[in-house]
Ligand binder design. Structure first.
Ligand code: PRP
Ligand code: URA
Length: 215
């Protein structure tokens, strides 16, 4: 069954280094330490793509040779929003890229039977409506958790929301894009499908458990 969605709001980060690292993450033999390191690295790579359109301004800088005009980011305020828990694994990589970003947390867990998201914690910066929000979570499966997180941010007045995941199911991409007319989605892979337990196939299993070693 093919799933149709708006390709113009989807970016697949298909750089060879990204694909190589993702393959190591998929391997069932990869342990938590290496898995965590790879989640962090891929978050940083993906962050480059998700910030590609940030505007620049001219600034004067004196090098050891002369004074010149160079570029700097034109004062954009950013919040990184991990969806708990697995999204936490992407925060450090994002902060390496954008050290001045604030971090807000949205707690969601998926009911194991119904696969519906349940919100259990939300704490975001007071000026969240002034910020570009980079929502991070390694997995986009049914899209329920991401859709609920994005709805929460919209209810707080956020205008610019970008969702960064490492692996997405086509069904999840469609659900997120259909639910919000402006959100943009970044992923390192669009996998085949969901299985009967709403796990991504081939996927990498339960990202939270693999990051935190809980299974
Ligand atoms: C996982 C994952 C996403 C969600 C994706 O979290 O990190 O948040 O499932 O599934 P969905 O697109 O069908 O909503 P989980 O609920 O397992 O919680 P965890 O991060 O605490 O492990
Ligand atoms: N959450 C995960 O961690 N993995 C999946 O495949 C689906 C949801």
């Amino acid at each position: 069954m093919s799933v149709e969605f708006d390709q113009s709001r989807l970016t697949v980060v298909d750089h060879p280094m990204v694909q190589h690292k993702l393959t190591i993450m998929r391997d069932v033999k990869t342990g938590s330490k290496q898995f965590r390191e790879l989640v962090k690295e891929l978050a940083l790579f993906e962050g480059y793509e998700a910030t590609r359109d940030f505007p620049l301004e001219d600034v004067e800088v004196t090098t050891p040779i002369c004074t010149t005009t160079a570029k700097q980011i034109a004062g954009r305020k950013v919040a990184i929003i991990p969806i708990l828990r697995a999204g936490l694994g992407m925060v450090d990589g994002m902060l390496e890229l954008i050290p001045a970003a604030r971090v807000g947390h949205v707690g969601m867990y998926r009911d194991e039977e119904t696969h519906e998201p349940h919100e259990y914690y939300c704490k975001v910066p007071a000026d969240i409506d002034q910020r570009t929000c980079l929502v991070v979570d390694p997995m986009l499966a049914t899209g329920g958790s991401a859709t609920a997180a994005i709805e929460y941010l919209r209810s707080q007045g956020v205008k610019d929301v970008r969702l960064l995941v490492l692996i997405a199911a086509p069904e999840g991409i469609k659900a997120v894009l259909d639910a919000d007319p402006d959100v943009r989605v970044y992923t390192c892979s669009v996998d085949e499908r969901l299985n009967e337990n709403a796990y991504i196939v081939p996927g990498l299993g339960d990202a939270g458990d693999r990051i935190f070693g809980t299974k």
